[in-house]
Design a protein around this ligand. Structure first.
Ligand code: FE2
Length: 442
């Protein structure tokens, strides 16, 4: 006997589950349905409801450089509501209006335990739609609210790295088959050892060199841990994000594309149940800044697309892990060696080690982005040198194959000309040494 045809309401409920889980794969354990079943449901929904689920073949046009984005949280609420044949999903609205800080209250509850939309609606005497809207606003603001086993919960663990999940961004060549971009990382804003003068000088150079894109390899704030408390001038996740939005350089026509490290800002991601990259991007937008784009967590592939032919290659923007090695290039050599056949990017731009370096390993063009933070007390203890600076990089792409045939890294190093008098105070402001670049005061 064949199964009865699926109603629109059932189909919509399944698609809602897929969107709320983030992917078909993640929806399998939540719904208890087979992956093949969910994929066929998705295909059926695309046919039945093309207005909110475009066909998968309708991918954005690469030539326009449009980012490929997954369904947004808003899409959940753009879906038609299920027909009222699912009364178990409905809770009657009560007479009490929900509190204005409902999203915060829900977040506080979900930090402690999981709960379904119906449970939450009953708790605050409201309806499921109000709860779902509050949860969507939490997700839009970077809280990692995920649906598991019929209930919502806030995930306090490192998110999936961007090479596994999230939008795949596109960078298109100029008409002459070249890419020109700035590369900077490990700014560690909110640290007493931040060098905003250097960072602003770098952005002046990026602007002068015609860069419209700057790749940021992570550690844009210092975060907060037991061992850096005395290194900070600004404490607290929200305060650090607002300081980032206030102090990070802004230049007309330049957009910064940033990965989040799994240390420093990543400590917040692991402790507070937030997608810290998205949280930073939202804080920037709240401050009126659209020049900061979140690339995701730890390692983000970006498509390098030729404007003339559409041929492409991959550049990886990476915040690796582990400690510094005995030689400048060694950690990067091991990273490239560890990649499986076919997984190597054409270009690998990485931060974390606070070193400036460029080279070619196993046919991968590599650069390390240095830092705009002076040597800290931690680095001094570990005998680690801070290479203060950044890079301007120009790539030439073969239009016939997409291969990156030329790589021109220009390393900008800010040399220290001062003495370190009174720099190592652990309780007050530090006395920074003067730096300049190429004899021009920063
Ligand atoms: Fe760092």
């Amino acid at each position: 006997m064949s199964a009865p045809p699926m109603t629109d309401a059932d189909l919509i409920a399944r698609i809602r589950a897929i969107i709320q889980c983030g992917s078909v794969a993640q929806a399998v354990p939540v719904t208890g349905l087979a992956r093949s079943t969910l994929k066929s449901n998705l295909a059926a929904a695309r046919e039945r409801f093309p207005s909110w689920l475009p066909p998968s073949s309708a991918a954005p046009d690469w030539a326009k450089g449009t980012p490929i984005n997954p369904p947004s949280a808003d899409a959940v609420h753009a879906l038609p509501e299920p027909a009222p044949d699912k009364p178990r999903l409905r809770v009657q609205a009560g007479s009490d209006a929900p509190p204005k800080d409902l999203p915060d209250r829900i977040a506080a509850l979900l930090m402690k335990r999981s709960a379904s939309s119906a449970d939450l609606a009953a708790n605050w005497k409201t309806n499921v739609e109000t709860i779902d809207a509050a949860i969507a606003s939490l997700a839009a603001n970077g809280m990692r609210v995920e649906g598991h086993s019929g209930g919502w919960r806030i995930i306090k663990a490192a998110p999936e790295p961007a090479w596994l999940a999230g939008p795949l961004h596109t960078f298109v060549t100029d008409a002459d088959n070249t890419f020109t971009f700035g590369a900077s990382g490990d700014q560690h804003l909110c640290s007493k050892y931040e060098r905003l003068d250097v960072l602003n000088s770098l952005y002046d150079t990026f602007e002068a060199e015609g860069c419209r894109t700057v790749f940021n390899t992570g550690n844009w704030v210092d975060g907060e841990a037991r061992f850096n408390l005395h290194d900070l001038h600004t404490h607290g996740m929200d305060a650090q994000m607002r300081y980032l939005a206030h102090a990070f350089p802004r230049r007309d026509g330049i957009t910064t594309y940033a990965v989040a490290g799994d240390d420093h800002e990543g400590w917040y991601a692991q402790r507070e149940g937030v997608d810290i990259g998205k949280y930073a991007e939202r804080t920037m937008q709240d401050a009126g800044r659209t020049d900061w784009v979140d690339l995701g967590y730890m390692e983000a592939p970006v498509r390098l697309v030729n404007a003339n032919t559409g041929k492409e290659a991959i550049i990886s923007i990476v915040h690796p892990g582990g400690g510094s090695s005995y030689a400048l290039s060694y950690a990067i050599q091991k990273i490239i060696e560890s990649l499986d056949g076919g997984e190597k990017p054409a270009v690998h731009i990485s931060g974390h080690y606070h070193k400036l370096w460029a080279g070619n390993i196993r046919n991968v063009w590599c650069a390390q982005t240095g830092t705009t933070q002076d040597q800290t007390t931690f680095m001094r203890k570990k005998k680690l040198e801070a290479h203060v600076g950044g890079l301007v990089i120009k790539l030439t792409q073969d239009p016939a194959t997409g291969a990156i045939s030329r790589f021109r890294p220009e390393i900008l190093r800010y040399f220290n000309r001062g003495y370190y008098a009174n720099r190592w105070s652990s309780s007050g402001p530090i006395n920074k040494a003067h730096r300049d670049f190429a004899g021009i005061a920063a």
